[in-house]
Design a protein around this ligand. Structure first.
Ligand SMILES: N[C@@H](CCC(=O)N[C@@H](CS)C(=O)NCC(=O)O)C(=O)O
Length: 200
């Protein structure tokens, strides 16, 4: 399998952590999104990463679909519970993590525009979204138990690590009001799938 990524993409990191938690071998293809001919374009007409290309030459995107593909084709160890409501709760957490990524990526992009082109109301709205979502995660994280060494991290928490890692990279001050969430995040720092996918 090949996975097209950029070194800082939180969506790509989510998939990389999931692949490692499942113990699956894959090759990393790093792309430069500024290059109009970057390698992922031939597989994803939207030109976005991550894209997973299977050994049979089939491409899957976006990150949520890739995770469903992995869970379907490589069910062991499971990253999602089988009990329907627990499964939905896990997918809801993944959706929330994706929303944090969307808001923070958009905030970074808006910040990179020259000052006179920035939209302050949009910047504030995006920051508010990230903050309210982090407050929700802070509450949830109080109920998360650390997985035993041989147990995989559940998919929702994989999403949360990738999202918080991206906030920590781009706007670490937003994490300060959430000590329980930070404590949970720090407790996973040395886990191989987390340590080896730190944004470069
Ligand atoms: N919903 C998508 C989002 C993927 C995404 O936005 N990736 C960014 C990099 S972090 C990208 O490829 N941007 C390039 C573009 O939009 O053309 C997913 O979960 O995979």
């Amino acid at each position: 399998m090949r996975l097209y990524v950029t070194p800082t993409s939180p969506y790509a990191r989510k998939v990389r952590i999931a692949l490692m938690e499942k113990g699956l071998a894959f090759a990393l293809e790093k792309v430069d999104l500024r290059d109009p001919d970057h390698g992922a374009r031939q597989w994803n007409p939207l030109g976005k990463i991550p894209v997973l290309v299977t050994n049979a030459g089939e491409a899957f995107f976006d990150s949520a679909v890739i995770l469903q593909y992995l869970e379907t084709i490589h069910p062991q160890p499971p990253l999602l519970p089988t009990e329907p409501m627990a499964r939905l709760a896990c997918l809801r957490l993944e959706a929330l993590a994706n929303g944090i990524m969307d808001a923070t990526v958009a905030w970074v992009q808006e910040q990179r525009r020259s000052k006179d082109c920035q939209d302050p109301a949009l910047l504030q709205k995006l920051r508010n979204k990230t903050q309210t979502a982090l407050a929700y995660l802070e509450e949830q994280s109080r109920h998360w138990q650390a997985p035993r060494p041989k147990e995989p991290l559940p998919l929702g928490q994989i999403g949360a690590v990738a999202a918080i890692g991206y906030v920590d990279l781009r706007a670490p001050e937003l994490l300060v009001p959430y000590p329980d969430l930070q404590h949970w995040f720090q407790s996973l720092r040395d886990r191989p799938s987390v340590a080896q996918t730190m944004p470069e």
